[in-house]
Design a protein around this ligand. Structure first.
Ligand code: SF4
Ligand code: MG
Length: 318
């Protein structure tokens, strides 16, 4: 059984002062296996952060379900929700904004442990050690640390409730390249040592493929392609993925250099979703059917899912 499942998640927001509606998520589905890292990639405005917030139940979905170990989190309230929610922890993009500037790191970690009744002697130092920081960092204030050190503290804080899934929303994007590499190594290590499953969300395909087993490509509030990242990069099925890939430098000579130009044009206005496939205004392969019918996300090749009329017809003819 998958550890974490999203079923057809929809999120709509009213537009203040009008009767318009923002279509932030338009039916996101995916599954995460225990110990796996799933990369979620897409341009800004494609719904990645809304998805993260719905997965940790900072927001309720308008429709759809989030299952953790088969338990529907969206149906839980109060104490039962808190008990389950602790198993999915989010690491934010900017750890500084989520840390109290006057609170030493050790006290901040201790507070989380207390909330979850997981306090025990030496646990703060243990958490610091897991993220590669010496015990004396317990006395430090946020401004006395570098960006990379603060992000390690952010990860330690996410680990304190002993989660089964770590959700990383652009968590390393703002770091310098060398610091970023260190934090990515730490994440890989957490996965290997603790078997911690991760959802790694980023706009950057190169970052996502470094760390993920599988990748889900999001466009306009939906997953439009999903599969093992090697397969997806080597032979993208969805025209949007092909465009994203073209923006990624390819150091691996076994993967052909991209021929497709990068994606031109803008993400559609989320208040006025286009009819049919939401990618059709930007798609070099769009046909009449694309302007009329929404393509379902379907397994069109073994282990590969895509939401594209033209790709599924091509696969059916193979
Ligand atoms: Fe392009 Fe049509 Fe496929 Fe959408 S369904 S991605 S418009 S070819
Ligand atoms: Mg975002």
């Amino acid at each position: 059984m998958p550890l974490l499942e999203a079923h057809d998640l929809v999120k709509r927001y009213p537009v203040r002062g009008s009767d318009g509606v923002v279509h932030a998520l338009n039916g996101v589905s995916f599954a995460l296996e225990p110990g796996e890292t799933l990369g979620i990639v897409g341009e800004s405005g494609c719904g990645k952060s809304t998805l993260a917030r719905v997965l940790v139940r900072l927001e309720d979905p308008t429709q759809g379900r989030v299952l953790l170990d088969g338990v529907d989190l969206t149906a839980l309230r109060g104490r039962r929700l808190r008990a389950h929610r602790r198993h999915i922890q989010m690491v934010f993009q900017d750890p500084f904004s989520s840390l109290d500037p006057r609170q030493p790191v050790g006290a901040a970690l201790d507070e989380v442990l207390a909330v979850h009744r997981l306090r025990r002697p030496g646990r703060v130092e243990e958490l610091l050690d897991v993220v590669g920081l010496p015990a004396e960092f317990a006395q430090r204030l946020p401004h006395e640390m570098s960006g990379g050190q603060r992000q390690r503290v952010g990860i330690a804080r996410a680990l304190a409730p002993e989660p089964r899934v770590l959700l990383l929303d652009e968590s390393v994007s703002a770091l310098d390249v060398s610091v970023r590499a260190e934090v990515m190594n730490l994440l890989a290590h957490l996965r290997a040592e603790l078997g911690l499953a991760q959802v790694f969300i980023s706009h950057d395909m190169a970052m996502v493929r470094q760390i993920s087993d599988r990748v889900a490509v999001m466009y306009f509030g939906r997953v439009v392609e999903e599969g093992g990242w090697r397969d997806v990069l080597a032979d993208p099925l969805h025209p949007y993925t092909a465009g994203l890939r073209a923006a990624v430098p390819v150091p691996d000579p076994s993967i052909a250099q991209p021929l497709t130009p990068t994606v031109v044009g803008e993400v559609p206005d989320p208040v006025r979703p286009p009819a049919g496939c939401p990618f059709h205004p930007r798609c070099p392969r769009a046909e009449d059917v694309c302007r009329a019918e929404l393509p379902p996300l379907a397994e069109i090749r073994t282990g590969r899912r895509a939401a594209c009329h033209v790709a599924s017809r091509a696969e059916a003819l193979r």
